[in-house]
Design a protein around this ligand. Structure first.
Ligand code: 23B
Ligand code: ZN
Length: 258
């Protein structure tokens, strides 16, 4: 009863920190799993939407090229058709973020994707961060690819794309470039280096960019210091050997065909 009352620090209310949308990169599954033929995911695009309004990937069965822009899901198929897909659609591999630009940069006289990556790298302060790039642009030249829905037993993505990818070439297309950069240390998790998709403003074309050219554009750059990988909880994923994929195989399928 006569114990000395504990000294209580004067209560200080900490001003609630400004609510900052978590600047995180979310991905479902890994590029090694996709390359190994893991084409059936157990996540819907509506669930992905919780993690980002901006992104890219594919749909179950590797059924075309997926691009997420302003929280809408666009599928560009092997017939060159672009459609919006319902949120109940599932994906085996997707990368998404709530895009918030840290800076913008004026990029000009881009002759091809190699030239673009050099110009983007020059704008990146930390090559060990992830990055997202959003760029409204009129492309003088655009070469994209897509691929048909696969049937089981699934083949390696390398074989699917080598044998079945369909390439499309366009001139003077206005749209939005959706891009990501993954540091090489994460090369088994996501596409190492740059990965670009596209959605035309009239929503008629896009897909996985193999090559491009444009005179000038302002690119929005989002430097990302946190990434989250949600792993498929499917039997196939649990039993898959994901160590066989070679880095060169990923680079071969992501880059332009000769
Ligand atoms: C479906 C694939 O072509 C994907 C995910 O777009 C990629 O790996 O580039
Ligand atoms: Zn792609």
């Amino acid at each position: 009863a006569n114990e000395v009352p504990k000294k209580v620090a004067p209560s200080t209310t900490i001003a609630p920190s400004k609510e900052v949308k978590s600047d995180k990169l979310f991905q479902y599954s890994t590029i090694n799993a996709l390359m190994s033929g893991q084409y059936d995911g157990d996540i819907t695009l509506d669930e992905v939407k919780k993690f980002g309004d901006f992104g890219l990937g594919t749909l179950n069965g590797a059924d075309g090229e997926l691009t997420i822009l302003d929280s809408k899901f666009y599928r560009f198929d092997n017939k060159g058709k672009m459609t919006q897909v319902p949120g109940a659609s599932k994906t085996p591999f997707v990368v998404a973020t709530n895009f918030n630009k840290d800076k913008t940069a004026y990029i000009s006289s881009v002759k091809n994707t190699e030239d673009l990556t050099t110009k983007l790298l020059a704008q990146m302060d930390n090559k060990n961060n992830f990055y997202a790039f959003k760029m409204p642009v009129t492309l003088k030249y655009l070469k994209t690819r897509s691929e048909p829905k696969q049937e089981k037993p699934y083949r390696l993505l390398k074989d699917v794309l080598t044998e079945e990818q369909v390439e499309f070439e366009y001139k003077n297309v206005k749209g939005t470039f959706v891009g990501f950069y993954t540091p090489n240390y994460a090369a088994t998790i996501n596409v190492p280096g740059f990965h670009f998709h596209f959605v035309s403003d009239d929503k008629t074309l896009g897909g996985h960019i193999l090559n491009l050219a444009f005179d000038e554009a302002i690119v929005q750059i989002d430097s990302i210091s946190e990434f989250e990988v949600q792993l498929p909880q499917t039997k196939e994923f649990a039993e898959a050997d994901l160590t066989k994929i070679q880095l060169q195989d990923i680079l071969d399928v992501e880059g332009d065909t000769k």
